[in-house]
Design a binder for this molecule. Sequence first.
Ligand code: DAT
Ligand code: MG
Length: 168
Amino acid sequence: MIQQTLVLIKPDGLKKSLTGNILTRLSETKLDIVAARIVQVSRKLAEEHYIALKDKPFFEDLIKYIMGEYHKKKVMALVYWGDDAIEKVRKICGATNPEEADSISIRGAYGRITTKGVYENAIHASANMADAEREIKLWFGPDEIIEDIYPTKTVKTACEKRVWEKGA
Ligand code: DAT
Ligand code: MG
């Protein structure tokens, strides 16, 4: 089944210069990258992304971690697209707890648990189709994705936007 899934290379992955290694590992899936951007994560985006975990004791640390307060304030967000994308990417990522993750998985190879108990597991991947849809729509607009993966509509807006002062 053709699916799409959200991948985030988390701030620890960027800080440790693991982007290339992680993208190389993900290329084993033979899936297509149909969207990519570097994002400075706001508290609002972080809390919406992890809304299902808002009652967990580790929630505040998780929000600070994904916002980059412990590393660099950036995340690389990608959408992978293709046959069984969700399962293929989750498999290469490995288990949530980096100490339990298979050592050849991305989280097993690059993740760690801090002394404070934060799971710095380098990568996020959507867990199922409903999560993927919710998460992709949080991180990307339809014009940032090169495949038509969800229905869209066109609306008129009259908002201010920043443009290049010269050229283009
Ligand atoms: P996954 O990221 O594998 O989908 P999840 O959605 O249950 O796992 O949790 C989201 C993130 O929250 C996870 O990548 C790391 C963190 N986390 C989960 N369980 C945790 C725990 N018991 N202690 C600390 N961090 C945890
Ligand atoms: Mg999850």
